[in-house]
Design a protein around this ligand. Structure first.
Ligand SMILES: C[S@@+](CC[C@H](N)C(=O)[O-])C[C@H]1O[C@@H](n2cnc3c(N)ncnc32)[C@H](O)[C@@H]1O
Length: 267
């Protein structure tokens, strides 16, 4: 279903068919809880996969075991900035970019306030309030948030030592268009981390632009293979990891997914 025009002129650019979910209050509160929520708010009576918690922080630490310069980092599709603030512990400057005005605004506000009260879903229309806060080690003065399109980045952003694209590619209308110029935003020796559960949906990505999840001439096409074909001309493959994550919908319902993370060093 095409997105309804909601009065934001910039939403009618390259993503006119993109769902407006990420501008909604529901998305802001779900993502604030996803990135900053406590175990007791996320897991009903402590039941559930604890290894799936703190996904944003784990993404923001993917660079840690590798030798590299740690001056500037970019969090593309940063949502409410959990990974951006995690990276602020290691990098002098971290830029978080997201297409959603509402998510970027919430990230900036949390950076200024340090904590926020949010309303989370219990059951049906019932909600309760809870408080979320920046992790104690975050350095918000090193982080800044910009609204922008990952498929059309401004060269004036400059270059980075680490770029994170966490669970972004399967939410873009044209993931290859985003991935192809990525090397030009990295310094030599810089690292790109791409994570995704590869949940391809025509609501976000027209089928002709899916990186995988279909058969071609009777052969299965997998996104991990397509990613390697797109990135290997300019990058050396470093490693892959499985990253479980959990997004709480309401008190008794969480989405459990396993993102595939691949790390690449620019030659
Ligand atoms: C599945 S969420 C992942 C958010 C975050 N990286 C995480 O791992 O929790 C996808 C994010 O991509 C953002 N997004 C979608 N299209 C985008 C685009 N063209 N440019 C930048 N961000 C985009 C959405 O607003 C949303 O915040």
């Amino acid at each position: 279903m095409p997105a309804k025009y909601d009065g934001h002129p910039t939403l009618m650019t390259s993503q006119t068919t993109h769902s407006n979910f990420y501008e909604s209050d529901k998305a802001v509160s779900e993502y604030l809880l996803f990135h900053y929520g406590s175990e007791s708010d996320l897991l009903y009576q402590g039941i559930g996969p604890k290894e799936a918690l703190n996904f944003a922080q784990r993404c923001g630490q993917l660079h840690q075991k590798f030798e590299m310069r740690r001056d500037r980092a970019l969090d593309l599709g940063c949502a409410v900035g959990g990974a951006t603030f995690a990276m602020s512990e290691s990098f002098n400057e971290v830029v978080g970019i997201d297409f959603s005005h509402a998510l970027v605004e919430a990230a900036s506000r949390l950076g200024h306030l340090g904590k926020m009260e949010i309303s989370i879903s219990l059951e049906g229309e019932l909600k309760r309030n809870t408080e979320i806060a920046l992790p104690a080690d975050a350095l918000p003065n090193r982080a800044k948030f910009l609204q922008g399109d990952a498929m059309d980045l401004d060269e004036q952003l400059g270059t980075f030592d680490f770029i994170l694209m966490a669970n972004l590619v399967d939410r873009l209308p044209d993931p290859a268009r985003c991935l192809k110029p990525m090397a030009s935003f990295l310094n030599k020796g810089g690292i790109l981390a791409v994570t995704s559960p590869y949940t391809w949906l025509t609501e976000y990505t027209p089928k002709e632009n899916w990186l995988g999840g279909f058969a071609h001439d009777g052969e299965p096409v997998r996104a991990a293979d397509h990613l390697r074909d797109l990135l290997s001309p300019q990058f050396d493959f470093l490693e892959e990891q499985n990253l479980p994550f959990l997004i709480r919908e309401h008190e008794r319902k969480n989405q459990f997914s396993i993102a595939h993370a691949t790390l690449w060093r620019k030659r």
